[in-house]
Design a protein around this ligand. Structure first.
Ligand code: SF4
Length: 481
């Protein structure tokens, strides 16, 4: 559900080397981290055109102004290569030799060669970058299950391999063109994250809601043969792709190991806004237990055969089935932690807070989704045990916006937290909201902000870090408690 519109950054070029790229927030509030390194070279074939870097300012550079390179000039090529988006820039501008081709606002072409002794500061800004979207109509698509009236960016069905490479967004391999494949191979856009769901093609068509999709296997083969590392996921829909279908999909994917590095199995998420959508069953505790048993027998066999479990159930399965969270060794190098696979283990294993003292008069309330309430409660009791003067309480927050079946913390809205606080009548000085419940613009799903909550309750609101100890350090550093 991420979007990647206009991205602005400034570039300093010094002695032929880029010494700094500073990315600013884009319009959707999504932070674009700087990619480090990257191989040089490649052909000039390009998948698409139309997105350009536009010079925003030259930081009062007289030389550039004389050349006609002023605000509004467009950067067309770097070292002869078209620059179509930020990935192209990062790929081609990592060269020691930099020849930049600009188009002035009068349409004149100006070439700028960066000499070793030059010190030039340019601020470049991407024009609106078109995100590739999907034409699928997946039976479980979360976007179709959102209530109406949320901000537009939340309804974008992105299916863009660039976002997969950059942010780990999952793609279904239903819209890659030959040029896209060539670019992925040439620029080695690896790893990529693939939503598989099933390797049974008729069933895949049914789940993706389309009968004109390209087959999965040849595409996976091609990417793996090109050395692109893939991590995959299966959204488990009870009665559709579980049981034997699940097992077959995992076994099929295992053929591509190590090119396919892992398979995450995540439970389907169902909101109360499924009007006119196919009927789907939720993952119940019994189903979760059955899925865990099935995955366990496959992953134990994988461990013997290929030295890795290869398939990992999401944390939610263990919590639903009321089973212990596996030890860290179970997850290997945690290849899918951001997909909720092993995240709870990392929380359990996080360092306790030490050498911190709080003002005993300060009361802290921790808000959390209902799924993890019990686990978080015992984790905080342990990790915060030795903090002197700390007084805290936890409150579970029901998801009213999406429905109570949505129990994860990151999907709580400001309104949900507001309602839970009113109901609890809790009087605190600090309220901690879950990590990742805010986007980079500081907005909850319903566009509320921490400031909105602060002005309503007269308490200070802070977004938690993933580690309990780091959250306390943040409170000390940023709020001096
Ligand atoms: S691929 Fe499926 S789940 Fe993802 S955005 Fe498209 S329709 Fe929704």
């Amino acid at each position: 559900m991420r979007n990647l519109p206009g991205t602005a950054f400034s570039v300093k070029i010094y002695q032929r080397h880029i010494i700094g790229i500073i990315l600013y927030m884009n319009h959707a509030g999504i932070y674009c981290p700087v990619l480090v390194g990257g191989p040089i070279g490649g052909s000039s074939a390009k998948p698409y055109r139309g997105v350009m870097l536009v010079l925003k300012s030259t930081v009062d550079d007289e030389f550039l102004t004389e050349q006609g390179i002023i605000s509004g000039s467009k950067l067309l090529k770097v070292n002869g290569e078209d620059i179509c988006d930020i990935l192209d820039w990062e790929y081609y501008a990592s060269s020691d030799e930099l020849i930049l081709l600009f188009e002035s606002i009068d349409g004149e072409m100006i070439e700028l060669e960066i000499e070793p002794d030059d010190l030039i500061e340019l601020e470049l800004e991407f024009e609106q970058e078109r995100v590739k979207v999907c034409r699928n109509q997946c039976v479980f698509c979360f976007i179709y299950q959102l209530p109406k009236g949320l901000r537009r960016a939340l309804y974008v069905k992105d299916e863009d391999y660039r976002l997969s490479f950059r942010y780990g967004n999952y793609i279904t391999l239903t819209n890659l063109t030959e040029a896209d494949f060539e670019r992925i191979e040439r620029q080695r856009l690896s790893p990529l994250y693939i939503s598989v769901h099933t390797t049974n093609e008729p069933l895949r068509s049914e789940m993706l809601g389309r009968d004109d999709i390209p087959e999965l296997a040849p595409q996976i083969s091609r990417l793996v043969d090109a050395g692109i590392e893939l991590h995959t996921q299966i959204v488990l829909c009870p009665g559709i792709n579980d049981g034997d279908e699940l097992e077959r999909t995992i076994i099929d994917l295992k053929q591509y190991h190590p090119g396919v590095g892992s398979v995450a199995v995540v439970p389907v998420g169902l909101t109360t806004h499924r009007d006119r959508l196919p009927k789907l069953d939720p993952v119940t505790p019994e189903i979760a237990a059955r899925v865990l048993d099935r995955i366990d027998s496959i992953s134990n066999a994988n461990l013997r055969d290929i030295g890795t479990r290869f398939v990992y159930p999401a944390d939610e399965f263990f919590i639903l089935a009321d089973r212990p969270i596996p030890e860290a060794e179970y997850y290997g190098d945690f290849p899918q932690v951001e997909n909720g696979v092993g995240m709870v283990r990392q929380l359990l294993d996080s360092e306790p807070a030490e050498d911190i003292e709080f003002d005993p008069a300060v009361r802290i309330t921790v808000c959390t989704g209902t799924l993890i309430e019990n686990i978080l409660s015992s984790v905080l009791a342990e990790k915060w045990r030795d903090v002197r003067g700390l007084s805290w309480e936890i409150i579970p927050v029901r998801n009213i916006l999406l429905g109570e079946s949505v129990t994860v913390s990151a999907l709580l809205s400001g309104g949900d937290i507001e309602a839970a606080l009113k109901q609890s009548n809790q009087k605190s000085d600090i309220v901690i909201v879950p990590p990742d419940s805010l986007n980079d613009d500081g907005l909850f799903l319903d566009d509320m902000t921490l400031a909105d909550l602060e002005s309503e309750f007269g308490m200070r609101f802070v977004e938690a870090e993933y580690s309990p100890a780091a959250t306390l350090v943040k409170l000390k550093m940023e709020y001096g408690l």
